[in-house]
Design a protein around this ligand. Structure first.
Ligand SMILES: [Mg+2]
Length: 167
């Protein structure tokens, strides 16, 4: 069951504090894009998220953007954060996370990596497959496609559990 659960459930990416990262022993943070740093397909970052990311970088955390989306979507977005990125990451497969981890300036253990995202079936399972820690965020804009609605429905009971247990 814990395979479907994040380490922590929070509302917004900017709720992730330095104190939380330090208490979990985190050195690297892997950020999803859609519904984590902006709404789907938007090039406008959520309010405060660029400053939040900059502050963490200044504090010595290594940040990486990891998205299943196309290069054309991810590259200009990552540029606004001045962060390296992996596109077409094929989450929940470990490939994208391991590629990002290899690209870090200072090497860290998988257990020192934190995956941040809004989807259990991509971000959180991916983190758990890699032995990384994770933060599940609340999706800000719900998707309209049938496949997404189904995934959000399946997520519900795990979200409830995650909130009760950990945050
Ligand atoms: Mg997402």
């Amino acid at each position: 069951m814990s395979f479907f659960l994040p380490t922590v459930a929070l509302k917004r990416v900017t709720d992730i504090s330095e104190e939380l990262l330090n208490s979990l022993g985190i050195r690297a943070v892997f950020l999803d894009v859609d519904n984590t740093l902006s709404t789907h397909g938007s090039q406008s970052p959520f309010e405060g998220s660029v400053a939040w990311a900059q502050n963490l970088v200044e504090q010595g955390f290594q940040l990486f953007i990891i998205s299943n989306n196309f290069k054309e979507r991810v590259e200009p977005f990552a540029a606004q954060f001045q962060l390296p990125f992996v596109h077409f990451a094929a989450k929940p497969l470990p490939w994208g996370y391991l590629k990002a981890k290899k690209g870090l300036r200072n090497q860290v253990k998988n257990s020192q990596c934190l995956v941040v995202g809004d989807q259990i079936f991509t971000d959180i399972i991916g983190a758990n497959l890699c032995g990384m820690k994770s933060v599940l965020l609340e999706p800000i804009q719900l998707e309209n496609t049938a496949s997404f609605r189904l995934r959000r429905k399946w997520e519900r009971r795990f979200r409830k559990k995650a909130k009760m247990g950990r945050s």
